[in-house]
Each structure stands twice: as C-alpha cells, then as structure tokens.
Write a protein that binds this ligand. Structure first.
Ligand code: PNS
Length: 162
C-alpha cells in the first residue's frame, strides 16, 4: 500500500491544503495528515482543534486519516511505514525552507522521499498566517478556508482586542 504522510502546522487548514490533498489522494492509496507542533511557531488553535478542523473539512475524501504527533518526523514516518512525505510548494520563496527540510529528512530516513506538489494558482499567495491576520482585521476569508474553519476563526478571534 502506498501510504504518504502530509505533515504541517495547519494553524488552521486552508483551501490551499485541501487542494493539495485532493490532488495527492488520487496518487496515493492512503494519506495521513499529521498535525505537528512546530517549535518555531506559536499556534492559535490547539493540536486537537486543528485535527478536528481538518477532519471536518476533508469528509469528501475517503482515503485520509488525520492525527497529531510530537517529536521527529523521520521517526514517525518510519513507525507508520510510509513511503513519502507530501509538501505543497507555492512560490520560489518556499523552496529554500522546503529543500532544507527535505534534505534533512532524506538524511534521517533515506528510504523516504519528499514529494512536492504545486499549489493551484489561485492559492499561490495563501497562507495560514495571512488568513489569521485577515480574519483578525475583519477581512472576508470565505474564499480562502472551509466554512468550519471560518467559524472557528471567528470564535477564536472574537475576544482579541486590537
Ligand atoms: O506547516 P509547517 O509549519 O511549515 O510544517 C513544518 C513541519 C511541522 C512539517 C516541520 O517543522 C516538522 O517536520 N516538524 C517536526 C520535527 C522535525 O522532524 N523536525 C526536523 C525537520 S527537518
């Protein structure tokens, strides 16, 4: 079985992430979306909330599991016996960071490759942090995130005073 891991912070999941999943679920037998605590970022949603938002947003895809993990991605991939890591690429600005991670993971777990999937052109400039900032400042994010995420953001941000 061709199992791939799609890791990320997903704080929160956006339509860009969903697009990558719609493309890659056609290629792999199963994909585990792994919500990771990125030590370099401060999250708005808890790991559990992020898992739940992805589950609710991917009900139309049947070969997906969603879970969270803490620790080294290479160890997690080995444990799951996955054959690939999926990462989305938007512009060339993503490349340096992604190439560094892919190289590091290749050293840590040589039998597994990172597969890069280009974001759809309409999501090229879409990021979780951009969505959070737009939502916080009262922007309409309906075209950028699934409805459940929009509602979750409104709930989270309603008590934040600017
Ligand atoms: O969505 P993000 O924040 O860009 O995802 C980055 C993530 C979570 C995939 C990366 O930070 C990661 O793999 N973290 C787990 C810890 C780890 O294995 N670090 C070494 C990566 S080379």
């Amino acid at each position: 079985m061709r199992l791939a891991i799609y890791p990320g912070s997903f704080d929160p999941v956006t339509n860009g992430h969903i697009d990558i999943l719609e493309k890659t679920t056609r290629i792999f037998d199963k994909i585990i979306v792994s919500v990771v605590h990125n030590v370099t970022k401060q999250a708005l949603f808890t790991l559990e909330e992020r898992v739940e938002l992805i589950k609710e947003s991917t009900k139309h895809l049947d070969n997906i599991e969603v879970e969270s993990f803490n620790g080294l991605l290479a160890n997690y991939i080995d444990e799951k016996k996955a054959c690939a890591i999926i990462r989305g690429l938007r512009t060339v600005a993503d490349f340096e960071y992604e190439a560094g991670m892919a190289t590091m993971n290749k050293i840590l777990i040589p039998k597994v490759d990172t597969i890069f999937v280009m974001a759809d052109t309409k999501y090229i400039y879409l990021s979780s942090s951009g969505v959070k900032e737009a939502a916080l400042l009262g922007g309409d994010i309906s075209l950028l995130v699934p409805p459940i995420v929009k509602a979750g953001l409104e709930e989270k941000l309603k008590d934040i005073k600017l």
